[in-house]
Every structure is written in structure tokens, then in C-alpha cells.
Design a protein around this ligand. Structure first.
Ligand SMILES: Nc1ncnc2c1ncn2[C@@H]1O[C@H](C[S@+](CC[C@H]([NH3+])C(=O)[O-])CC(=O)[O-])[C@@H](O)[C@H]1O
Length: 328
């Protein structure tokens, strides 16, 4: 049985020691609802996969390499290797990574390291900072943020398979201040005003109300804190944004793709200052593709086969911008 109370105990211990008692109560209620009243149908299967993973000692980590890497001084036995592979395969599909588990390389659908390389040169030094990653997926970037020196790292994402993938790393390492909460940003207590840096990468276009998302992000930050926002954009003048008729690149739940200038205006109107576009990159199959660990369709199937600059629906192909801004 997935024992959520035991699983999240370290989070509550950490929140209590930081005097975040109201926050702890609110999150407890969310988790109770999530796991007691409507548990996900695959949860026990994923939990069984997690239980397959071998217990290993003297684990060493490298969170500054492209693949989040776990090693031991002694090579794994054949039996341990088999358990590891079975457990990790049971947590497929792996979308965000890559990871290297004791010699097993998980080549994920997304090379999330490429996004980190594009963004990390421009952000404030994370050393000693409290960091929130909204829409953290498998938690890949949480480990990179810890590697960059963040003292406290919290990720939120409603995806429960992502949570189990996060635990598959966390269970091997001593990381008392790195947590993932299976919730949406909107489900956290309002007005946290707690974090030094908040990341929102790949989430804004999933929000029907992008301005509310920006306001909620702002409320997570202390005064002067930094927002790192990464989202799909389109070419166009200030004021322009694309709302797809239905799907965009076969993705459901895509609402607004603004131009960069429109996004700057949105940030200004929602109380951010000193916003700057630090990167604009077209997404290619180098960054997003099917792999042995994610065998479903991927980017190449989502683009027009006769014109790969367009999505299969005829919209401009995916282009992502990163904007950094300060809470005003
Ligand atoms: N309201 C919400 N609150 C929190 N999470 C959400 C919400 N809505 C969606 N998500 C989550 O945001 C993530 C977006 S993926 C980016 C991953 C990573 N950041 C990356 O940049 O590689 C991009 C994509 O799949 O389009 C998913 O894991 C959702 O569950």
C-alpha cells in the first residue's frame, strides 16, 4: 500500500521546523483528498515498481551533470541490477530527464538538461535560496537546482507518475530539504511570499487564465524575489496571442501562446519589474523525441510532415521563450 502519511512525513517535519504550520495543514488536506478519497488507479502498480528498487548504501550523487546521476563505489550485483531495471521500467513512460541510475541510463523523451543549460546562465545564483518549481514533472530540475546550491527546493506538479519518479531518486539520497508535492500551484495556500526564486517552465500555456497564473506566481515570492518563466510563444506584435481552436501539436489543454511583447506586458500588469527575455529557442527533435523509455509518439509526429515549421494542425511550430523578472 502506498503509505502517503509516511511518504510525506519529511515534508511536514521540514515545514514545521520552518514554522510553516498553516501551510502544513493546508497541504495535509490536499494530500488527504488526493490519496484517501480518489486514489489514482495506477498508484499501487507504481508503488510496487518503487518497492522493486534495491536498497543500496554509500550512494553518491552528481546533480551538476546533464544526467542526474547516482553511483555507488561498489558495482551492483546481477540481482540488484535486475531489480533496478524492473523497478525503473515499471515507472515508464519517462518524459523528463535524463537520469543515470547506477549505470542504467534513462534516456527520457525530453532532454530537460538542454532547457537547464539555456536558462541557468541567466538566473540569480541559487546558493542558499528557497526555490519553488511549479510544474516540476519528474523533478529533474529540482535536482539540478539543488546541485546549483539551493538550500530548500519544493516542486509542485499534479502528475502522480512524476511523483513516483521523483521518489525513485529521493529514496536513494539524503536530501531532507528537497520535496515534491502532488498538487497544482492553485492548490497551495495563497500568498506564501516565501520563495527567493520561483520557476514556472512549460506551464503558462496550460492555464486557461494565464494572468491569474502570473499573479499566483508573484504571490509565492518574497519581495524582490525572482521569477523564471518559460513558455511557448509565437511571433507577433504587442497585444497578439494565439489561442488554438482545439489541440496544439496534438496537446490538449493549450490556451494562450502570446508574443514575447505581449508576455512582457502581462508581466508588467501583474506586478513584475525588470522583465527581460533571455532566450528564445525553437523546439527540435534533438530535445523532444521517443526513446526506449518513452515509446509513445513525440514531437516529429506532432509536426506537419510536409512542413516541419508547422504543427500538424497548421499552427506555428513550438518556440519557447524564457523571461526573468523581479517581484516589484
Ligand atoms: N496548474 C498547475 N500547477 C502545477 N503544475 C501544473 C499545472 N498545470 C500543469 N502542470 C504541470 O506542468 C507540467 C508541464 S511540462 C513541463 C515540465 C518541466 N517544468 C519542464 O519545463 O521540463 C510541459 C508539458 O508537458 O507541456 C506537467 O508536468 C503538468 O502536470
Amino acid at each position: 500500500m502506498f503509505d502517503w502519511k509516511q511518504r510525506f512525513q519529511p515534508l511536514f517535519t521540514d515545514l514545521e521546523s520552518n514554522d510553516q504550520l498553516q501551510w502544513a495543514d493546508h497541504i495535509w488536506d490536499q494530500l488527504y483528498r488526493q490519496f484517501e478519497t480518489r486514489p489514482h488507479g495506477d498508484l499501487e502498480r507504481w508503488n510496487d515498481a518503487l518497492s522493486e528498487l534495491p536498497v543500496l548504501h554509500e550512494v553518491e550523487t552528481d546533480f551538476n551533470a546533464p544526467a542526474v546521476t547516482l553511483t555507488t563505489p561498489k558495482p551492483l550485483t546481477e540481482g540488484q541490477h535486475r531489480e533496478l531495471e524492473t523497478g525503473l521500467r515499471g515507472l515508464m513512460p519517462w518524459r523528463k530527464g535524463p537520469f543515470s541510475f547506477f549505470g542504467i541510463e534513462i534516456d527520457t523523451e525530453w532532454r530537460s538538461d538542454l532547457k537547464w543549460d539555456r536558462i541557468s546562465p541567466y538566473i540569480s545564483d541559487l546558493t542558499g535560496r528557497r526555490v519553488l518549481d511549479v510544474g516540476c514533472g519528474s523533478g529533474y530540475h529540482l535536482w539540478r537546482m539543488a546541485g546549483a546550491g539551493a538550500s530548500d527546493v519544493i516542486g509542485v506538479d499534479p502528475g502522480l507518475l512524476f511523483l513516483m519518479q521523483f521518489f525513485s531518486v529521493k529514496d536513494f539520497v539524503d536530501a531532507p530539504h528537497i520535496h515534491m508535492i502532488p498538487a497544482r500551484l492553485e492548490d497551495l495556500p495563497p500568498k506564501l511570499e516565501y520563495f527567493d526564486t520561483t520557476f514556472s517552465m512549460g506551464v503558462l500555456y496550460h492555464r486557461r487564465s494565464p494572468l491569474d497564473h502570473l499573479l499566483e506566481l508573484r504571490d509565492t515570492l518574497r519581495d524582490g524575489g525572482e521569477l523564471v518563466l518559460e513558455t511557448l510563444v509565437v511571433d507577433g506584435p504587442e497585444g497578439y496571442s494565439l489561442m488554438p481552436e482545439d489541440r496544439y501539436g496534438m496537446m490538449r489543454n493549450v490556451w494562450f501562446l502570446p508574443s514575447c511583447d505581449t508576455l512582457m506586458r502581462w508581466l508588467d500588469r501583474t506586478g513584475f519589474r525588470n522583465a527581460r527575455v533571455v532566450d528564445v529557442t525553437v523546439t527540435t527533435a534533438e530535445e523532444q523525441r521517443s526513446t526506449d523509455w518513452m515509446r509513445f509518439q513525440s514531437l516529429e509526429d506532432f509536426l506537419d510532415p510536409n512542413d516541419p515549421t508547422k504543427t500538424i494542425e497548421g499552427y506555428p511550430g513550438p518556440k519557447r521563450a524564457t523571461i526573468i523578472a523581479d517581484k516589484g
